[in-house]
Write a protein that binds this ligand. Structure first.
Ligand code: NAD
Ligand code: UDP
Length: 312
């Protein structure tokens, strides 16, 4: 039977891919977004579909709609965006979670939270399993995002314990792909745009810090599997690609794939920038029968194509 599904943050990078996936599966999708970092262009191709609806709304305010499932993605994800108005970032994570959990409680709807590897902070355990509690600075410039997302997880588990709400929590590691905003400041989009424009590639610090990059299609597959998994399986579950790269390695791959003449330059490392990050995905493999399929070069090629077509 067709389900009514709410996607908050549905006009953003991940949200727009999720909406497309659900619309194509025949579900009835309600996309809610305040367009802080998302855009109508990301979902323009869905607007004429009878099973897609767009609503401008800020999740820090209550929402009254009728749905069967909720994917809660609303929150800026790139450091420059979430640090632009840090108070609003915490409000979006915390008040947004309270409002969406309240909605789910009234409707007895299942709700999935897009949490993040940032809950592990600058991790001392490597790779990071879900059982690791993290090393997070509570008062730094990344804290509005990290602590906001940690508090949202707390709220999800308290609604689950206190109100028997059906919750699903996924901890998303760095994800990239088409529809990333060219100016959103995240490393993959920055390096590709710089390489295509022949500008200097800006590595922050010495470039030895690591990240593990997941292609968007793999991530969306895992999210949908998690939403529809057994009721008892709440997570948190790590979703990411465990192949780990230094930022220097990433820059070289992108220069090679774009045949760019760009030079690498080094800029200061931002405060509290995590030194390493790599998911342990054993739980996702066993509980969701999922693992990422797209390797970095293949994913980068389609992302580069997207930015070329975007006019970069
Ligand atoms: P994004 O910035 O492209 O999308 C976020 C969307 O939320 C945007 O459309 C934005 O306009 C909307 N939004 C922000 N504040 C809102 C509010 N108060 N009310 C309604 N809408 C609001 O980021 P993304 O990469 O698509 O991330 C989506 C979710 O996944 C976020 O919750 C993010 O924390 C999480 N996540 C993403 C990554 C990643 O690598 N992309 C990693 C970890 C977690
Ligand atoms: N980074 C970089 N150059 C850039 C943008 C980012 O070297 O132009 C680095 C950043 O310092 C971090 C890594 O790339 O170590 C990933 O940054 P991003 O903002 O994409 O994600 P996050 O730090 O949240 O994982």
């Amino acid at each position: 039977m067709t389900k009514k599904i709410l996607v908050t943050g549905g006009a953003g990078f991940l949200g727009s891919h999720l909406c497309e996936r659900l619309v194509n599966a025949g579900e009835d999708v309600l996309c809610v977004d305040n367009f802080f970092t998302g855009s109508k262009a990301n979902i323009a191709h869905l607007l004429n579909k009878p099973n897609f609806e767009l609503m401008r709304h800020d999740v820090t305010f209550p929402l009254y709609v009728e749905v069967d499932q909720i994917y809660n993605l609303a929150c800026p994800a790139s450091p420059i965006h979430y640090q632009h108005d840090p108070v609003q970032t915490t409000k979006t994570s915390v008040h947004g979670a309270i409002n969406m959990l309240g909605l789910a409680k009234r409707l007895k709807a299942r709700i999935l939270q897009a949490s993040t590897s940032e809950v592990y902070g600058d991790p001392e355990v490597h790779p990071q399993p879900e059982s690791y509690w993290g090393k997070v600075n509570p008062i730094g410039i990344r804290s509005c995002y990290d602590e906001g997302k940690r508090c949202a997880e707390t709220l999800f588990f308290d609604y689950h314990r206190q109100h028997e709400l059906e919750i699903k929590v996924v901890r998303i590691f760095n994800t990239y792909g088409p529809k990333m905003h060219p100016n959103d400041g995240r490393v993959v989009s920055n390096f590709i745009v710089q390489a295509l424009k022949g500008q200097d590639i800006t590595i922050y610090g010495d470039g030895s810090q690591t990240r593990s990059f997941c292609y968007v299609d793999d991530l969306i597959e895992a999210m949908v599997r998690m939403m529809n998994a057994d009721k008892e399986f709440t997570g948190p579950v790590n979703i990411g690609n465990p192949n780990e790269f230094t930022m220097l390695e990433l820059a070289s791959h992108i220069i090679e794939l774009t045949h760019s003449g760009s030079k690498i330059i080094h800029l200061p490392l931002p405060q509290d920038d995590p030194k390493q990050r790599k998911p342990n995905i054993e739980l996702a493999k066993s509980a969701l029968n999922w693992e990422p399929k797209t390797q970095l070069d293949e994913g980068l090629k389609s992302t580069i194509e997207y930015f070329k077509n975007y006019g970069i």
